[in-house]
Design a protein around this ligand. Structure first.
Ligand code: GDP
Ligand code: ZN
Length: 363
């Protein structure tokens, strides 16, 4: 196993998160050159604001006034210098091109509805360190790239069930940290309270760590009005294991689940690397709830090498552990453990570290 301190990047990354200036891998959006629009002919086109709901090798799905458009990147598209790509939730300006290209001899290459001209700066960015891909070309990438999973959300709804499936604390830990690092309010939704009582001792611990907690039953409707009131006017995104009741919650929160976006049109769906796009639901009290595959799976496939990213405050201590590859779990002369004992690091965070460490080892 690689010494995780070497993979860790200090300081820099943390402040980038705080300022919403995420570094994004340029290759997060792969648009073939022939897909990129020309700057020359876009001046006269109508422009609209939209929200990115999906990224595909062949283009970007953008929700414009409730309609999903497949867009290219305009030749003039220049993302802010510190981040060169798009993420679900990004606010973009699109030049509508469909009419212009409709007569283009049915050429598949030109089948797009618009070109993305620019994107707004991100208010928040839910991200994770880029998983190892083996394709790394330089150290810089290895050390500091994080991948933005969704932008501009206010709340991360971490959904768990009291049982069916059983609650996994390590997943809650991971999601909570990712939310806090991305400037989102971490909110725990304990669903299926019609089945059993939640473990209030565990919940009290999360509450101490800064988590807002709701208890509800999407099925029986209990606790749903309180959750709806808290989410009104905000942008929330759902995370949680399969079967905990995320879809049921959407139906409980959004009468008639007036789906605003869906997967891209059939005609654009030609197999290959097609991934599902995000769904955005309008809440009756204002605001939106976003369901996107990338966040649903948040933290499920974590690797040990990502661990330091979750606990940046350990780093100054970890540097003086006796062993370079100290895991801070059992080693002698572990400076992290000493810091916890001296009260220089919060015990709750260290316990969270242990839970995540153990769960990653088991996976
Ligand atoms: P998702 O995979 O997280 O979207 O979960 P679903 O919404 O599809 O729900 C999974 C299963 O749990 C379904 O059979 C639901 O009917 C059930 N379910 C959802 N919410 C509740 C609840 O509050 N109480 C009970 N008893 N079952 C629920
Ligand atoms: Zn140590």
């Amino acid at each position: 196993m690689k010494n995780w301190q070497q993979v860790y990047s200090s300081g820099q990354e943390e402040s980038d998160v705080a300022s919403g200036m995420q570094k994004v891998m340029p290759r997060a959006v792969k648009i073939p050159p022939w897909r990129q629009g020309q700057a020359a002919d876009i001046d006269g086109l109508p422009r609209k604001e939209g929200v990115v709901v999906g990224l595909f090798p062949g283009g970007v799905a953008v929700n414009v006034e409730g309609q999903e458009l497949l867009c290219n990147l305009a030749g003039v598209f220049r993302p802010p210098p510190t981040s060169s790509a798009l993420a679900v939730g990004d606010h973009v300006t699109v030049a509508l091109t469909r009419a212009e290209h409709a007569d283009a001899q049915g050429d598949d290459k030109l089948r797009s509805d618009g070109m993305i001209l620019s994107r707004s700066e991100r208010k928040t960015a839910l991200c994770r360190p880029q998983p190892r891909s083996g394709k790394r070309r330089d150290q810089y990438e290895t050390q500091s790239f994080t991948k933005v999973i969704v932008a501009n959300m206010d709340v991360l709804l971490i959904v768990v069930a009291v049982r069916q499936p059983p609650m996994r604390a390590a997943l809650i830990d991971r999601a909570m940290i990712v939310a806090q690092r991305g400037n989102l309010a971490p909110t725990l939704v304990v669903n299926k309270i019609d089945l059993d009582e939640p473990d209030e001792d565990i919940l009290a611990e999360y509450s101490r760590l800064g988590m807002t907690i709701f208890r509800c039953s999407a099925r029986a409707g209990e606790g749903v009005p309180a959750l709806a009131a808290a989410l009104a006017g905000k942008s929330s995104v759902l995370a949680g294991a399969s079967g905990v009741g995320k879809s049921s919650l959407i139906n409980a929160l959004v009468p008639g689940a007036s789906v605003v976006t869906r997967a891209v049109r059939k005609s654009d769906q030609r197999g290959r690397h097609t991934t599902a796009s995000a769904s955005i639901y309008q809440l009756p009290g204002g605001g939106v709830i976003v369901d996107t595959p990338g966040v649903r799976e948040l933290g499920m496939d974590m690797e040990l090498s990502e661990l330091p990213w979750y606990f940046p405050e350990f780093e100054p201590f970890a540097a003086t552990c006796k062993f370079n590859d100290c895991s801070h779990t059992h080693e002698p002369s572990c400076a992290v453990l000493a810091a916890v004992e001296e009260g220089k690091l919060p015990l709750a965070r260290y316990e969270s570290y242990l839970r995540i460490f153990e769960s990653v080892e088991q996976d």
